[in-house]
Design a protein around this ligand. Structure first.
Ligand SMILES: *[C@@H]1O[C@H](CO)[C@@H](O)[C@H](O)[C@H]1NC(C)=O
Ligand SMILES: *[C@@H]1O[C@H](CO)[C@@H](O)[C@H](O)[C@H]1NC(C)=O
Ligand SMILES: *[C@@H]1O[C@H](CO)[C@@H](O)[C@H](O)[C@H]1NC(C)=O
Ligand SMILES: *[C@@H]1O[C@H](CO)[C@@H](O)[C@H](O)[C@H]1NC(C)=O
Ligand SMILES: *[C@@H]1O[C@H](CO)[C@@H](O)[C@H](O)[C@H]1NC(C)=O
Ligand SMILES: *[C@@H]1O[C@H](CO)[C@@H](O)[C@H](O)[C@H]1NC(C)=O
Ligand SMILES: *[C@@H]1O[C@H](CO)[C@@H](O)[C@H](O)[C@H]1NC(C)=O
Length: 463
C-alpha cells in the first residue's frame, strides 16, 4: 500500500483514535507511553512457540530487524520502567537480555548472530545492561549473568588487543569477524559505544582505568577526524586508505552517544573544564543539526521529499532523546537547553501517532503534524523514548546510580576475558552471510544517495 493511501485512511476513518496526551501532566504522559509500549510489543514475536526469545523478527531476509535492535528495545523498556514505574515488561526485558547474553562467556556475542556481529551490535546490548545497573533494574537471580558484569564483559572484549590494530592509527573496526562485510570500516558508533561504556563504567565503579581507555578512544576519534572541531560527528572511514575517506554523513545516534559519554566523563571528573567544554559543544551542535524548528530530524536520510532511512536508521531518534535526557542528570548545566529541546520534539512526535489498525501507532517523520504511513518497531521505540524521557525531572527519578550510591549490580572486572574468538569460527552459512552483506549494500547505497542531498540541503541553509 502506498503511504499516501494509508495516511488518508487513517485521517478519514479512525483519526479520533490518535494518541492523546497532555505533555504538562506526568500521568497523561505515562498513560500515553503505556499505549505506545503496548503497540511496540506487538512487533515482538519471541515469546510465541517455536520463536527465538529476545529478538525482533529477523535478521533480514527472515524479518526486518537485525539482532542489535532488540537489544536497544530492551534498553528502551528499561528506561520506560525507570521513568514510569510500570513493571509490565520487566520480566520480558530481563529474560531477553539474559537469553541473548551468549552463554557461557556472556559477553553478547552469541554464535547465532556472528554473521552481522559488529562492535556496535554487541555494544547496544552492553549499553542496555549498563543502564539496567545504573537505574537499579531488578537484579537477575544469582546464578544468572548480572547487569554490571555483562557491561564489563562487552567493554573488556572490545578493549582486548585482538580488536585493535594500527590501521588509521587505532580505533575499533565496525565488524568483529574478519570475514564480515564492513570489517574494513572504522566507524563512529562502534567507537562511540566503547567510549560511552568506558565513561559509565568509570563513574559506576570508580575505576580510573575505564576513564583512561575512554579518553584514549576520544582522542583517537577526534584525531582521525570522525569528530571535527565544530563538534560534527561523522560516520566512518576505510582502513585501506588509513581512514582518509571520512564519510561525512551525520546520524543522530552518533552525536548522542558521544554527548552522553562526555557528560559521564564530566561527572566522573567532578566537573572538569575540558569535559564541560566538550559536553557543551556537543549539546549545541546536536541541537543545531538534528532539531529543526522543534522536531528531531534524521537529516542524512529523512529527506524533504522522501525517506531514505533503512530500518536501523528509523530507530535513531529514540536513542537521541534517551541519551540526551540522561545527559541532563549527570551534567546538570545542560538541563535547560536539552529539556526545552526534547519537549518541543516530543510534542511533534506525538502528532505522528495516528496510524496502524488502532489509529494511534506512530510514524517516522515528526515535522508535518501527521502520520507518514511508515509503521515499525523503530518508530514506536522513538515515540516511547521521547515520551518517557520527559519524566526525567519527576520527583523520585534518581540520577544513574554508582556502586557507592545505591547501585547493587554485581560486577566482575575480568568478565568476558575468556570469550570465544569469533575470528576463528567457520564462515557463516550462505543465508546468513547474504543477510550481512545486504545490510552493508543497503546502508552504503542509501547513505550515498542521501548524502548528496544533505550536502546541498545544508549549504542551502547556509550551515
Ligand atoms: C508476548 O508478549 C506480549 C507483550 O508482553 C504479549 O502481549 C503477548 O500476549 C505475549 N504472547 C505470548 C504468546 O505469550
Ligand atoms: C540460536 O538459534 C537456535 C536455532 O534457531 C535457537 O534454538 C536458539 O534459541 C538461538 N539462540 C539464541 C541465543 O538466539
Ligand atoms: C566499587 O567498585 C570498585 C571497583 O570494582 C571497588 O574497588 C569498590 O570497592 C566498590 N565500592 C563499593 C562501595 O562496593
Ligand atoms: C579496573 O578496570 C581494569 C580494566 O578492566 C581492570 O583490569 C582492573 O582489575 C580494575 N580494577 C579493579 C580494582 O577492579
Ligand atoms: C594514518 O593516519 C594517522 C592519523 O589518523 C597518521 O598518524 C598516520 O601517520 C597515518 N599512517 C599512514 C601509514 O599514512
Ligand atoms: C571527585 O571527588 C571525589 C570526592 O571528593 C574524589 O574522591 C575523587 O577522587 C574526585 N575525582 C576526580 C577525578 O577528581
Ligand atoms: C554528577 O551527577 C550527580 C548526579 O548523579 C549530580 O548531582 C552532580 O551535580 C553531578 N556533578 C557535576 C559536577 O555536575
Amino acid at each position: 500500500m502506498k503511504s499516501s493511501t494509508l495516511a488518508l485512511l487513517s485521517s478519514a476513518g479512525i483519526a479520533s483514535a490518535a494518541l492523546q496526551v497532555d505533555l504538562s501532566s506526568a500521568d497523561s504522559i505515562k498513560q500515553a507511553a503505556s499505549q505506545v509500549a503496548w503497540d511496540l510489543l506487538q512487533y515482538y514475536k519471541g515469546n510465541q512457540s517455536g520463536a527465538t526469545p529476545g529478538i525482533l523478527p529477523g535478521p533480514p531476509p527472515a524479518g526486518d530487524y537485525y539482532w542489535w535492535q532488540a537489544g536497544a528495545m530492551w534498553g528502551t523498556l528499561v528506561d520506560y520502567w525507570h521513568y514510569t514505574g510500570d513493571t509490565a515488561y520487566n520480566k520480558l526485558s530481563s529474560d531477553s537480555m539474559i537469553f541473548q547474553a551468549g552463554a557461557p562467556q556472556n559477553s553478547y556475542m552469541p554464535p547465532n548472530w556472528t554473521a552481522s556481529l559488529g562492535n556496535d551490535d554487541q555494544g547496544f546490548w552492553g549499553l542496555s545492561a549498563m543502564l539496567a545497573a545504573e537505574v537499579g533494574f531488578p537484579n537477575p537471580p544469582p546464578d544468572q549473568p548480572q547487569w554490571l558484569a555483562l557491561a564489563q564483559a562487552v567493554f573488556n572484549t572490545q578493549a582486548a588487543p585482538d580488536r585493535h590494530d594500527d590501521t588509521c592509527n587505532g580505533g575499533l573496526r565496525w565488524q568483529i569477524p574478519n570475514y564480515n562485510v564492513g570489517y574494513d570500516y572504522k566507524n563512529a558508533i562502534s567507537n562511540g559505544i566503547f567510549f560511552n561504556l568506558g565513561a559509565r563504567l568509570a563513574r559506576y565503579t570508580g575505576n580510573q582505568t575505564y576513564a583512561d581507555i575512554a579518553t584514549k578512544t576520544w582522542n583517537w576519534v577526534t584525531g582521525v577526524g570522525l569528530m571535527d572541531s565544530a563538534w560534527n560527528v561523522y560516520d566512518g572511514g576505510h582502513v585501506q586508505v588509513n581512514c582518509t575517506d571520512i564519510f561525512k554523513a551525520q546520524f543522530s545516534y552518533n552525536a548522542a552517544i558521544f554527548l552522553q559519554g562526555a557528560a559521564f566523563m564530566y561527572n566522573f571528573t567532578n566537573g572538569s573544564d575540558v569535559w564541560k567544554e566538550r559536553t557543551q559543544g556537543l549539546v549545541d551542535r546536536t541541537v543545531e543539526v538534528f532539531f529543526h524548528n522543534g522536531p528531531a530530524v534524521e537529516v542524512s536520510c529523512e529527506l524533504q521529499n522522501s525517506i531514505q532511512c533503512k530500518t536501523d536508521m528509523l530507530s535513531f531518534k529514540g536513542y537521541l532523546h534517551r541519551w540526551m535526557a540522561q545527559t541532563t542528570q549527570v551534567a546538570p548545566f545542560t538541563h535547560e537547553k536539552i529539556m526545552a529541546t526534547l519537549q518541543k520534539s516530543t510534542a511533534a512526535a506525538v502528532k505522528s501517532c495516528q496510524g496502524g489498525p488502532n489509529g494511534r501507532q506512530c510514524g517516522f517523520r515528526w515535522t508535518t503534524g501527521q502520520f507518514d504511513g511508515l509503521l515499525g518497531a523503530g518508530q514506536q521505540m522513538n515515540a516511547l523514548a521521547a515520551l518517557s524521557s520527559l519524566l526525567v525531572d519527576q520527583a523520585g527519578i534518581k540520577p544513574p546510580l554508582t556502586n557507592s550510591t545505591g547501585g547493587t549490580s554485581q560486577g566482575n572486572p575480568n568478565a568476558g576475558q575468556t570469550a570465544t574468538d569469533v575470528f576463528h569460527h567457520p564462515p557463516p552459512t550462505t543465508g546468513d552471510k547474504a543477510g550481512a552483506s545486504i545490510l552493508t549494500i543497503l546502508i552504503l547505497g542509501g547513505i550515498m544517495s542521501s548524502f548528496v542531498w544533505m550536502s546541498t540541503g545544508l549549504s542551502e541553509k547556509g550551515m
